[in-house]
Design a protein around this ligand. Structure first.
Ligand SMILES: NC(=O)c1ccc[n+]([C@@H]2O[C@H](COP(=O)([O-])OP(=O)(O)OC[C@H]3O[C@@H](n4cnc5c(N)ncnc54)[C@H](O)[C@@H]3O)[C@@H](O)[C@H]2O)c1
Length: 426
């Protein structure tokens, strides 16, 4: 199977670097996105997301004529789909279900361009069965073609799932170096997809079934979620028992077969906080540990908040005439993890919003953003430098372990009331 023209559907944090890396191997890449602004930006050789090194790779690929973007799919040898797969919940915030609308829309749009011999790969993180569902949508749109679910190895179209496991901030390198799990709907589908990825991947391409590949990705993120939940639970127990959880974990991790991850203010972002729910939804009766881990991690911000409330109450007891509005809380960090500007699903942001609702003044220190997000646009909340916040704060709440905070550990640790959710002070 030859892949001279590759179409990348969805040009976000995953799709754009993937498109650019294929283009850097001198393949003709047609990027497709419904966001006209993103398309225009890419066609100028610029990028609309923050990712180190990506600007150079995209700029070179566009200038040399290997990458261009459009809003409508065009014919290609292979189509890769990397559109969002969020979940939706019911009105009580329960019953987390994967939202496959974006995959359906992308499938219906690309189906028009399919021709015999094409390969379609779903890269989006997906619940088990989503690749088969994509194949059904493609088949419904193109009754003139045959698909693996009905014609097995003899089908006109090959279909596979290849989940992405790159680390934001290192995407360009990891796209090439990481091993890839490649799940075909049939062995020939897997073989075709392996051949495609080997154009760029220096790691191993390991063939399996589509369902196993879907579950492998969900398992990786659930494993991390369960481990972090264990650390978060320990942090609460240790607070009760007056033990330093950071010291405890570093001691336990000296055991050669123990590796406990780090407690924090909660778990954020759009991967670890989302993907385990796809397993819970698929097997609610049996995914007990995975569900509990999600609940433990989702409950951690409330616990941090309760510690802020307790500190404010203690300050009131010391000074009964003080009004809430006279007290200042410094929230250090609102990003979902250290040293990035991404606030999506950030527990630190959620905690900061709720601290503001307690009626005190809030100084937000987030060196990676230029302005406060809409959700914090209130008169008594302001973006401050670390120095300004430390000068004014009655309570300091460390929510993200940014490098710039680590350089000021002494100044932060010198404050009288510090709630350290991330082990900055050790
Ligand atoms: N970002 C990560 O670190 C990461 C890591 C591993 C896996 N993933 C998974 O990869 C998938 C994509 O994630 P992302 O972070 O790149 O999302 P993103 O939101 O950054 O990008 C998705 C892009 O798809 C576009 N899009 C939506 N519907 C479309 C359609 N019908 N046709 C064409 N374009 C469409 C959007 O405009 C957007 O530009 C998700 O399933 C995610 O869970 C992400």
């Amino acid at each position: 199977m030859e892949f001279n023209t590759i179409s990348m559907i969805g040009l976000g944090y995953i799709g754009l670097p993937t498109a650019a890396v294929f283009a850097s191997r001198r393949k003709q890449v047609i990027g497709v996105d419904i966001d006209q602004q993103a398309v225009d930006t890419i066609n100028r050789g610029e990028i609309h997301i923050v990712e180190p090194e990506l600007d150079m790779v995209v700029n070179a690929a566009v200038k040399e004529g290997y990458l261009r973007a459009t809003t409508q799919p065009e014919p290609a040898d292979a189509f890769l789909v990397a559109v969002p797969t969020p979940f939706h919940t019911d009105e009580n915030g329960q019953n987390h279900k994967a939202d496959l609308r974006y995959i359906k829309a992308a499938s219906e749009a690309l189906a028009e361009q399919l021709k015999p011999g094409n390969l379609v790969v779903l890269e989006s993180t997906s619940p088990v069965g989503a690749t088969e569902q994509m194949a059904e949508w493609l088949a419904a749109a193109r009754p003139d073609l045959t698909f693996p679910q009905t014609h097995g190895e003899a089908s006109d179209i090959r279909i596979a799932h290849c989940p992405e496991r790159v680390l934001p901030g290192h995407v360009v390198r990891e796209l090439v170096e990481n091993d890839r799990v490649i799940g075909g709907m049939t062995p020939k589908c897997a073989e075709a997809a392996c051949a495609l990825y080997k154009i760029v991947v220096e790691g191993e391409c390991i063939p399996t079934t589509a369902r196993t590949a879907e579950m492998a990705k969900l398992t990786e993120n659930s494993f991390r979620d369960v481990n972090i939940a264990f650390a978060n639970e320990l942090s609460i127990i240790c607070h009760e028992l007056d033990i330093n959880v950071w010291e405890l974990i570093s001691l336990a991790n000296r055991h050669p077969r123990v590796n406990i991850l780090t407690p924090g203010a909660g778990v954020g972002g759009h991967c670890i906080a989302v993907d385990p729910w796809f397993i819970v939804d698929a097997s609610p009766e049996h995914a007990r540990l995975i569900r509990t881990a999600r609940e433990v991690n989702d409950g951690k911000p409330e616990w941090v908040l309760s510690r802020v409330s307790e500190s404010l109450e203690a300050l009131h007891r010391d000074n009964p005439n003080a009004r809430r509005g006279d007290l200042t809380v410094a929230c250090l960090g609102v990003a979902f993890k250290p040293d990035i500007d991404d606030l999506r699903e950030s527990p630190a942001l959620g905690i900061t919003k709720k601290v503001a609702e307690l009626g005190c003044r809030v100084q937000v220190v987030e060196p990676n953003i230029q302005a406060l997000p809409e959700s914090l646009a209130q008169e008594h909340v302001e973006l401050a430098t670390l120095d300004e916040a430390l000068a004014q704060a009655d309570v300091v709440c460390v929510l993200v372990k940014h490098k710039s905070f680590m350089a000021q550990v002494d100044a932060i640790g010198g404050k009288r009331v510090v709630i350290d959710a991330v082990g900055l002070l050790g």
